[in-house]
Design a binder for this molecule. Structure first.
Ligand SMILES: O=c1ccn([C@@H]2O[C@H](COP(=O)(O)O)[C@@H](O)[C@H]2O)c(=O)[nH]1
Length: 321
Protein backbone atom coordinates (compact mmCIF):
# COMPACT_ATOMS: atom_id res chain seq x y z
CA UNK A 1 0.00 0.00 0.00
CA UNK A 2 3.03 2.27 0.18
CA UNK A 3 2.37 3.76 -3.27
CA UNK A 4 -1.24 4.61 -2.38
CA UNK A 5 -0.21 6.05 0.97
CA UNK A 6 2.41 8.25 -0.76
CA UNK A 7 -0.25 9.48 -3.19
CA UNK A 8 -2.59 10.29 -0.29
CA UNK A 9 0.20 12.22 1.43
CA UNK A 10 1.01 14.14 -1.75
CA UNK A 11 -2.59 15.30 -2.16
CA UNK A 12 -3.32 15.53 1.57
CA UNK A 13 -6.58 13.82 0.70
CA UNK A 14 -7.64 10.29 1.78
CA UNK A 15 -10.44 10.00 -0.75
CA UNK A 16 -11.04 8.14 -3.99
CA UNK A 17 -13.44 9.14 -6.74
CA UNK A 18 -15.57 6.28 -8.04
CA UNK A 19 -15.95 6.27 -11.81
CA UNK A 20 -19.35 4.55 -12.10
CA UNK A 21 -20.92 6.00 -15.27
CA UNK A 22 -24.58 5.15 -15.85
CA UNK A 23 -27.49 6.80 -17.60
CA UNK A 24 -28.38 8.34 -14.23
CA UNK A 25 -25.15 10.32 -13.94
CA UNK A 26 -24.04 10.88 -17.54
CA UNK A 27 -26.07 13.67 -19.18
CA UNK A 28 -28.53 12.17 -21.70
CA UNK A 29 -27.75 14.94 -24.17
CA UNK A 30 -24.05 14.06 -23.98
CA UNK A 31 -24.83 10.44 -24.86
CA UNK A 32 -27.09 11.64 -27.71
CA UNK A 33 -24.36 13.90 -29.06
CA UNK A 34 -22.31 10.82 -30.06
CA UNK A 35 -25.12 9.06 -31.92
CA UNK A 36 -24.25 10.17 -35.46
CA UNK A 37 -20.52 9.60 -34.98
CA UNK A 38 -20.98 5.98 -33.89
CA UNK A 39 -23.80 5.28 -36.39
CA UNK A 40 -21.19 5.63 -39.17
CA UNK A 41 -18.92 3.07 -37.50
CA UNK A 42 -21.19 0.14 -36.56
CA UNK A 43 -22.25 -2.71 -38.87
CA UNK A 44 -25.49 -3.30 -37.00
CA UNK A 45 -27.62 -0.30 -35.89
CA UNK A 46 -28.69 -2.33 -32.83
CA UNK A 47 -25.16 -1.73 -31.49
CA UNK A 48 -25.55 2.06 -31.50
CA UNK A 49 -26.89 2.48 -27.91
CA UNK A 50 -23.99 0.52 -26.40
CA UNK A 51 -21.40 2.16 -28.66
CA UNK A 52 -22.58 5.74 -28.07
CA UNK A 53 -22.52 5.14 -24.31
CA UNK A 54 -19.05 3.59 -24.49
CA UNK A 55 -17.78 6.75 -26.22
CA UNK A 56 -19.76 9.16 -24.01
CA UNK A 57 -18.69 7.40 -20.80
CA UNK A 58 -15.03 7.69 -21.75
CA UNK A 59 -15.32 11.42 -22.52
CA UNK A 60 -17.24 11.87 -19.26
CA UNK A 61 -14.53 10.03 -17.31
CA UNK A 62 -11.72 11.90 -19.04
CA UNK A 63 -13.27 15.27 -18.16
CA UNK A 64 -13.60 14.18 -14.51
CA UNK A 65 -10.08 12.75 -14.35
CA UNK A 66 -8.64 16.00 -15.76
CA UNK A 67 -10.60 17.97 -13.17
CA UNK A 68 -9.61 15.92 -10.11
CA UNK A 69 -6.02 14.89 -10.92
CA UNK A 70 -3.76 16.56 -8.38
CA UNK A 71 -6.49 17.01 -5.78
CA UNK A 72 -7.40 13.35 -5.22
CA UNK A 73 -4.90 10.46 -5.14
CA UNK A 74 -7.01 7.74 -6.72
CA UNK A 75 -9.99 6.68 -8.81
CA UNK A 76 -12.10 3.54 -8.51
CA UNK A 77 -13.74 2.53 -11.79
CA UNK A 78 -16.57 0.06 -11.13
CA UNK A 79 -16.28 -2.57 -13.90
CA UNK A 80 -19.99 -3.50 -13.71
CA UNK A 81 -21.00 -0.19 -15.27
CA UNK A 82 -18.71 -0.89 -18.25
CA UNK A 83 -19.48 -4.59 -18.67
CA UNK A 84 -23.15 -3.58 -18.89
CA UNK A 85 -22.28 -2.20 -22.36
CA UNK A 86 -20.57 -5.36 -23.60
CA UNK A 87 -17.14 -5.41 -25.26
CA UNK A 88 -17.20 -1.69 -26.13
CA UNK A 89 -17.79 -0.92 -22.47
CA UNK A 90 -14.90 -3.14 -21.39
CA UNK A 91 -12.67 -1.18 -23.80
CA UNK A 92 -13.87 2.01 -22.13
CA UNK A 93 -12.99 0.55 -18.71
CA UNK A 94 -9.45 -0.29 -19.83
CA UNK A 95 -9.01 3.09 -21.58
CA UNK A 96 -10.25 4.87 -18.44
CA UNK A 97 -7.77 3.00 -16.22
CA UNK A 98 -4.91 3.73 -18.61
CA UNK A 99 -5.80 7.41 -18.90
CA UNK A 100 -6.16 7.81 -15.13
CA UNK A 101 -2.73 6.25 -14.56
CA UNK A 102 -1.24 8.52 -17.23
CA UNK A 103 -2.54 11.47 -15.20
CA UNK A 104 -0.77 10.22 -12.06
CA UNK A 105 -3.77 8.67 -10.35
CA UNK A 106 -3.70 5.35 -8.46
CA UNK A 107 -6.29 3.11 -10.11
CA UNK A 108 -8.35 0.81 -7.92
CA UNK A 109 -10.30 -1.54 -10.17
CA UNK A 110 -13.54 -2.51 -8.46
CA UNK A 111 -13.87 -5.94 -10.09
CA UNK A 112 -14.84 -8.05 -7.01
CA UNK A 113 -13.44 -11.32 -8.30
CA UNK A 114 -13.31 -14.64 -6.45
CA UNK A 115 -13.24 -18.30 -7.56
CA UNK A 116 -11.41 -21.61 -7.08
CA UNK A 117 -7.63 -21.38 -7.19
CA UNK A 118 -7.08 -22.22 -10.87
CA UNK A 119 -9.69 -19.69 -11.98
CA UNK A 120 -8.54 -17.10 -9.44
CA UNK A 121 -5.09 -17.39 -11.05
CA UNK A 122 -6.65 -16.25 -14.33
CA UNK A 123 -8.55 -13.40 -12.64
CA UNK A 124 -5.31 -12.38 -10.92
CA UNK A 125 -3.94 -11.44 -14.38
CA UNK A 126 -5.74 -8.17 -13.66
CA UNK A 127 -2.75 -7.47 -11.40
CA UNK A 128 0.00 -9.71 -12.73
CA UNK A 129 -0.54 -9.16 -16.44
CA UNK A 130 0.23 -11.61 -19.21
CA UNK A 131 3.67 -12.90 -20.16
CA UNK A 132 4.66 -11.08 -23.35
CA UNK A 133 6.98 -12.49 -26.05
CA UNK A 134 9.99 -10.80 -24.46
CA UNK A 135 9.23 -12.56 -21.17
CA UNK A 136 8.08 -9.41 -19.41
CA UNK A 137 4.56 -9.10 -17.99
CA UNK A 138 2.21 -7.09 -20.16
CA UNK A 139 -0.06 -4.94 -17.99
CA UNK A 140 -3.41 -5.42 -19.73
CA UNK A 141 -5.77 -3.52 -17.45
CA UNK A 142 -3.72 -0.66 -15.98
CA UNK A 143 -4.98 -1.15 -12.44
CA UNK A 144 -2.88 -0.59 -9.29
CA UNK A 145 -5.24 -2.66 -7.16
CA UNK A 146 -8.40 -4.72 -7.47
CA UNK A 147 -11.22 -5.74 -5.13
CA UNK A 148 -11.59 -9.44 -4.31
CA UNK A 149 -14.41 -11.54 -2.82
CA UNK A 150 -13.17 -13.86 -0.01
CA UNK A 151 -16.09 -16.29 -0.05
CA UNK A 152 -14.02 -19.11 -1.59
CA UNK A 153 -11.31 -18.95 1.06
CA UNK A 154 -7.52 -19.00 0.92
CA UNK A 155 -6.99 -20.78 -2.41
CA UNK A 156 -9.16 -18.13 -4.09
CA UNK A 157 -7.04 -15.37 -2.55
CA UNK A 158 -3.45 -16.62 -2.81
CA UNK A 159 -3.13 -16.05 -6.60
CA UNK A 160 -4.03 -12.38 -6.09
CA UNK A 161 -1.55 -11.97 -3.22
CA UNK A 162 1.23 -13.57 -5.30
CA UNK A 163 0.39 -11.44 -8.34
CA UNK A 164 0.21 -8.28 -6.23
CA UNK A 165 3.58 -9.02 -4.67
CA UNK A 166 5.23 -9.78 -8.02
CA UNK A 167 3.78 -6.70 -9.74
CA UNK A 168 4.10 -4.25 -6.80
CA UNK A 169 0.33 -3.82 -6.65
CA UNK A 170 -2.43 -4.17 -4.04
CA UNK A 171 -5.79 -5.81 -3.43
CA UNK A 172 -8.80 -5.09 -1.22
CA UNK A 173 -10.85 -7.98 0.19
CA UNK A 174 -14.54 -7.55 1.07
CA UNK A 175 -14.83 -7.70 4.86
CA UNK A 176 -17.85 -5.63 5.95
CA UNK A 177 -19.72 -4.24 2.96
CA UNK A 178 -21.82 -1.10 3.02
CA UNK A 179 -25.11 -2.46 1.67
CA UNK A 180 -28.21 -2.95 3.86
CA UNK A 181 -28.49 -6.74 3.39
CA UNK A 182 -24.84 -7.39 4.18
CA UNK A 183 -25.65 -8.36 7.76
CA UNK A 184 -27.61 -11.42 6.58
CA UNK A 185 -24.30 -13.18 5.99
CA UNK A 186 -21.51 -11.02 7.40
CA UNK A 187 -22.92 -10.76 10.94
CA UNK A 188 -23.63 -14.49 11.35
CA UNK A 189 -22.35 -15.64 14.74
CA UNK A 190 -19.86 -18.49 14.77
CA UNK A 191 -19.64 -21.18 17.48
CA UNK A 192 -17.06 -19.18 19.49
CA UNK A 193 -19.16 -15.99 19.40
CA UNK A 194 -17.10 -14.34 16.66
CA UNK A 195 -19.03 -12.75 13.80
CA UNK A 196 -18.30 -14.00 10.30
CA UNK A 197 -16.93 -10.63 9.16
CA UNK A 198 -14.53 -10.66 12.13
CA UNK A 199 -13.27 -14.09 11.07
CA UNK A 200 -12.77 -12.76 7.54
CA UNK A 201 -10.95 -9.77 9.03
CA UNK A 202 -8.53 -12.11 10.83
CA UNK A 203 -7.95 -14.05 7.62
CA UNK A 204 -7.24 -10.82 5.73
CA UNK A 205 -4.60 -9.78 8.32
CA UNK A 206 -3.02 -13.21 7.85
CA UNK A 207 -3.18 -13.14 4.05
CA UNK A 208 -1.26 -9.87 4.04
CA UNK A 209 1.28 -10.74 6.75
CA UNK A 210 4.19 -11.42 4.36
CA UNK A 211 3.62 -8.25 2.33
CA UNK A 212 3.87 -5.48 4.92
CA UNK A 213 5.61 -2.41 3.51
CA UNK A 214 7.48 0.56 4.96
CA UNK A 215 4.16 2.19 5.87
CA UNK A 216 3.29 -0.71 8.19
CA UNK A 217 0.38 -1.73 5.96
CA UNK A 218 0.26 -4.87 3.83
CA UNK A 219 -0.71 -5.22 0.17
CA UNK A 220 -3.94 -6.93 1.25
CA UNK A 221 -6.46 -4.27 2.20
CA UNK A 222 -10.04 -4.59 3.40
CA UNK A 223 -13.34 -3.13 2.18
CA UNK A 224 -15.22 -1.74 5.19
CA UNK A 225 -18.43 0.23 4.63
CA UNK A 226 -18.88 3.76 5.94
CA UNK A 227 -22.37 2.65 6.98
CA UNK A 228 -20.92 0.59 9.87
CA UNK A 229 -19.07 3.18 11.97
CA UNK A 230 -18.81 1.18 15.20
CA UNK A 231 -17.79 -2.08 13.52
CA UNK A 232 -15.33 -0.14 11.36
CA UNK A 233 -13.72 1.34 14.45
CA UNK A 234 -13.38 -2.10 16.04
CA UNK A 235 -11.96 -3.51 12.80
CA UNK A 236 -9.34 -0.73 12.76
CA UNK A 237 -8.02 -2.10 16.06
CA UNK A 238 -8.37 -5.72 15.01
CA UNK A 239 -6.52 -5.21 11.71
CA UNK A 240 -3.45 -3.06 12.50
CA UNK A 241 -1.63 -3.90 9.23
CA UNK A 242 -4.64 -3.72 6.92
CA UNK A 243 -5.45 -0.58 4.93
CA UNK A 244 -9.18 0.11 4.48
CA UNK A 245 -11.14 1.06 1.37
CA UNK A 246 -14.28 2.68 2.76
CA UNK A 247 -17.26 2.95 0.37
CA UNK A 248 -20.70 4.24 1.40
CA UNK A 249 -19.85 7.91 2.03
CA UNK A 250 -22.35 10.34 0.52
CA UNK A 251 -24.97 8.64 -1.65
CA UNK A 252 -25.34 5.71 0.77
CA UNK A 253 -25.60 7.95 3.82
CA UNK A 254 -22.15 7.54 5.39
CA UNK A 255 -20.64 10.75 6.82
CA UNK A 256 -17.13 11.96 7.61
CA UNK A 257 -17.85 11.43 11.31
CA UNK A 258 -18.84 7.82 10.55
CA UNK A 259 -15.53 7.04 8.86
CA UNK A 260 -13.22 8.89 11.27
CA UNK A 261 -12.78 5.82 13.51
CA UNK A 262 -11.56 3.76 10.55
CA UNK A 263 -8.33 5.79 10.35
CA UNK A 264 -5.30 5.14 12.55
CA UNK A 265 -3.84 7.56 15.10
CA UNK A 266 -1.68 9.21 12.42
CA UNK A 267 -4.74 9.88 10.24
CA UNK A 268 -3.68 7.15 7.80
CA UNK A 269 -4.98 3.61 7.28
CA UNK A 270 -8.02 4.31 5.13
CA UNK A 271 -9.25 5.84 1.90
CA UNK A 272 -12.90 6.86 1.51
CA UNK A 273 -14.79 6.39 -1.76
CA UNK A 274 -17.55 8.48 -3.25
CA UNK A 275 -18.88 7.71 -6.71
CA UNK A 276 -22.33 9.21 -7.43
CA UNK A 277 -21.71 12.04 -4.97
CA UNK A 278 -18.80 13.30 -7.09
CA UNK A 279 -19.50 12.29 -10.67
CA UNK A 280 -23.19 13.17 -10.42
CA UNK A 281 -22.61 16.48 -8.64
CA UNK A 282 -23.39 18.42 -11.84
CA UNK A 283 -27.08 17.53 -11.35
CA UNK A 284 -27.13 19.63 -8.18
CA UNK A 285 -25.72 22.63 -10.03
CA UNK A 286 -28.89 23.17 -12.04
CA UNK A 287 -28.19 20.48 -14.65
CA UNK A 288 -27.57 21.46 -18.26
CA UNK A 289 -29.68 23.70 -20.39
CA UNK A 290 -31.18 22.94 -23.82
CA UNK A 291 -28.79 23.65 -26.65
CA UNK A 292 -25.66 23.32 -24.50
CA UNK A 293 -22.73 21.92 -26.50
CA UNK A 294 -21.09 18.61 -25.56
CA UNK A 295 -17.98 20.54 -24.52
CA UNK A 296 -19.99 22.82 -22.25
CA UNK A 297 -21.74 19.82 -20.69
CA UNK A 298 -18.37 18.19 -20.02
CA UNK A 299 -17.16 21.47 -18.53
CA UNK A 300 -20.13 21.52 -16.16
CA UNK A 301 -19.58 17.86 -15.18
CA UNK A 302 -15.86 18.51 -14.58
CA UNK A 303 -16.15 21.69 -12.52
CA UNK A 304 -18.97 20.21 -10.41
CA UNK A 305 -16.92 17.05 -9.77
CA UNK A 306 -13.90 19.10 -8.78
CA UNK A 307 -15.94 21.24 -6.37
CA UNK A 308 -17.53 18.12 -4.85
CA UNK A 309 -14.12 16.41 -4.50
CA UNK A 310 -12.71 19.48 -2.74
CA UNK A 311 -15.74 19.63 -0.43
CA UNK A 312 -15.28 15.95 0.44
CA UNK A 313 -11.58 16.49 1.14
CA UNK A 314 -12.41 19.39 3.48
CA UNK A 315 -15.18 17.39 5.15
CA UNK A 316 -12.80 14.49 5.88
CA UNK A 317 -10.04 16.84 7.01
CA UNK A 318 -12.36 18.48 9.54
CA UNK A 319 -13.55 15.11 10.88
CA UNK A 320 -9.99 13.81 11.24
CA UNK A 321 -8.60 16.98 12.91
O1 LIG B 1 -19.26 -2.54 0.39
C1 LIG B 1 -19.20 -2.00 -0.72
C2 LIG B 1 -18.31 -2.39 -1.70
C3 LIG B 1 -18.25 -1.71 -2.87
N1 LIG B 1 -19.06 -0.65 -3.12
C4 LIG B 1 -18.91 0.06 -4.40
O2 LIG B 1 -18.54 1.41 -4.14
C5 LIG B 1 -19.24 2.29 -5.00
C6 LIG B 1 -20.15 3.19 -4.17
O3 LIG B 1 -20.83 4.10 -4.98
P1 LIG B 1 -21.62 5.39 -4.36
O4 LIG B 1 -22.23 6.01 -5.58
O5 LIG B 1 -20.60 6.27 -3.71
O6 LIG B 1 -22.62 4.86 -3.42
C7 LIG B 1 -19.97 1.41 -6.00
O7 LIG B 1 -19.10 1.19 -7.10
C8 LIG B 1 -20.17 0.12 -5.25
O8 LIG B 1 -20.25 -1.00 -6.10
C9 LIG B 1 -19.95 -0.27 -2.16
O9 LIG B 1 -20.72 0.70 -2.34
N2 LIG B 1 -19.98 -0.94 -0.99
Amino acid sequence: MDKLIEAIKATQNPSVVGLDPTDQVVPAALIDSFREEVADQVDDPAEIPAMQRAVAYFEFNRAIIDAIAGIVPAVKPQIAMYEALGPAGVDTYEMTCEYAQSQGLYVLGDVKRGDIGSTAAAYAKHLGGLAANNGEALDLWHEDAVTVNPYLGTDGITPFVDAAQAADKDMFVLVRTSNPSSKEIQELELADGTRLYERVADLVEGWGADTIGASGYSRVGAVVGATHPEQGKQLRERMPHTFFLVPGYGAQGGTAADVAGMFDEQGSGAIVNSSRGIIGAWRKNGGYSDGMSADDMLGLVASSARDAALAMRDDLEAALA
